[in-house]
Write a protein that binds this ligand. Structure first.
Ligand code: HEC
Length: 116
């Protein structure tokens, strides 16, 4: 947990470090701006949204029909091993994130976007 390893961070600094983790792992393909679809769909408002339903033009059939509603728990599992959560998905090349702390930072960041 970020707070345990860096107890002196202010809330603003902590948010920046969550964002840095997202930038390292996801921003090559994903923007967080509304309707800004790149190699992957915009992740604006992803928490609480149904999978595969934005205006992104290149969803796989697997993603569009997965029936998933993204919440913190399923996002964590997805970024650990996308294939285990949505078999046949198109999120590649993506190695998966094995470090639970890193996944938690990214998921917290995505959750915090929904609160803006
Ligand atoms: C190599 C590019 C790439 C990287 C890196 C990547 N993604 Fe993706 N992502 C995609 C693509 C392409 C899709 C669409 C997959 C499909 O339709 O099967 C996707 C789909 C998703 C979805 C489903 C979106 C929706 O509208 O239902 C989520 C959530 C997601 N990615 C989160 C992440 C997170 C969080 C990271 C960083 C840990 C990440 N992705 C890293 C390319 C990427």
């Amino acid at each position: 947990m970020a707070a345990a390893t860096a107890p002196m961070l202010s809330a603003g600094e902590a948010t920046k470090s969550l964002q840095a983790t997202f930038n390292n792992r996801c921003r090559t393909c994903h923007s967080i701006r509304p309707d800004d679809h790149r190699l992957g769909p915009s992740l604006h408002g992803i928490v609480g949204r149904k999978a595969g339903q934005s205006a992104f033009p290149a969803y796989s059939e697997a993603m569009r029909t997965s029936g998933i509603v993204w919440d913190a728990q399923i996002l964590d599992r997805f970024i650990e091993d996308p294939e285990a959560v949505v078999p046949g998905n198109n999120m590649q090349p993506y190695p998966g994130i094995t470090d639970p702390g890193e996944r938690k930072a990214i998921v917290e960041y995505l959750v915090s976007l929904g609160e803006e």
